[in-house]
Write a protein that binds this ligand. Structure first.
Ligand SMILES: [Mg+2]
Length: 230
C-alpha cells in the first residue's frame, strides 16, 4: 500500500538566506508598520501566526481581516519573487532533497506532497527557486488554515481526489524539522519523520520521540529504509 509523504518546506526541503527581507517588506507595505520576523521564532509556525507574533512582540494591537490577509499574501509573493530574482534572497534545496524527491517520483509506493506554514503562493516561489516544485503534488498551506494541525487532513484529501484512492491516516508520514510538525502528525493519527536540518539538532528532536529521526535527507537509501519501517 502506498505511503503519502507530506513534506514540510523550510528547514526540511529547503533553506532560505535573507528570507526576512521580503517578509518584513510585505509587512510594512501591507500594514504600514515596521515588523521584524527576526524578533520571533518562526520555525514550525504558520505565516499568519508569525505575523501575529511579530505584532504582539512589538506591542502593536491590530485586527487583521480577510481582505488584509489577501493583500499581505499578494505582497509577500511579489516581494519574495523580486528578492529571489535579484539574488538578495536565496532558497536552496537541502542536501539530498532533489535526489530523494526524484527517486520517490519514479517509485509507485509513494506520493509526495507538502504540508507547510507558508501561504501557497509563497510555497510555490520557494519550491520553484529550489528546483523542487515539479516533484510535489498540491498539499496544504497556511492559506488553508493558520493552524498547522488542520493542514495534514486537507493535504490528504487533496491527494485522495487527485489519485482517486482512499489513503489511511497511518499510511501518511509528515516529514519535518520541528516539534510542531510532530504535533500536527499526532493530531491527525499520522506518522512523523523528523530531520535535524532546521533549528533543532537530532538529539533534541529525539526527545520528542518521533517515529523516525535522521540528521538530514542526504542518504536516499537511509530515508527509504526508515520510511519502510514506519
Ligand atoms: Mg520547517
Amino acid at each position: 500500500m502506498e505511503q503519502l509523504l507530506l513534506f514540510d518546506i523550510d528547514g526540511t526541503l529547503t533553506r532560505t538566506e535573507n528570507g526576512h527581507l521580503p517578509f518584513n517588506q510585505a509587512i510594512l507595505q501591507t500594514f504600514g508598520i515596521a515588523g521584524d520576523i527576526r524578533s520571533v521564532v518562526p520555525d514550525g509556525n504558520t505565516d499568519p501566526l508569525i505575523v501575529k507574533d511579530i505584532f504582539i512582540k512589538a506591542n502593536v494591537e491590530i485586527e487583521i481581516g480577510a481582505e488584509r490577509w489577501q493583500q499581505f499574501t499578494a505582497k509577500l509573493r511579489a516581494s519574495y519573487r523580486q528578492h529571489v530574482m535579484r539574488g538578495e534572497t536565496t532558497v536552496r534545496a537541502l542536501p539530498g532533497a532533489v535526489k530523494l524527491l526524484k527517486a520517490l517520483s519514479v517509485n509507485d509506493g509513494f506520493i509526495s506532497s507538502v504540508v507547510t506554514g507558508n501561504f501557497e503562493a509563497t510555497a510555490e516561489v520557494k519550491l520553484a527557486a529550489a528546483g523542487l516544485l515539479n516533484y510535489l503534488s498540491r498539499g496544504a498551506y497556511a492559506s488553508d488554515s493558520e493552524h498547522r494541525s488542520d493542514l495534514p487532513a486537507i493535504a490528504k484529501r487533496r491527494c485522495e481526489v487527485l489519485t482517486g484512492q482512499t489513503i489511511a491516516a497511518d499510511r501518511c508520514v509528515i516529514i519535518g524539522d520541528t516539534p510542531k510538525d510532530l504535533a500536527a502528525a499526532r493530531d491527525n493519527g499520522m506518522k512523523c519523520l523528523l530531520v535535524g536540518t532546521g533549528r533543532y539538532p537530532v538529539e533534541e528532536l529525539l526527545y520528542w520521540q518521533p517515529d523516525g529521526c535522521l540528521a538530514d535527507l542526504s542518504d536516499t537509501h537511509a530515508v527509504l529504509t526508515t520510511l519502510a519501517s514506519l
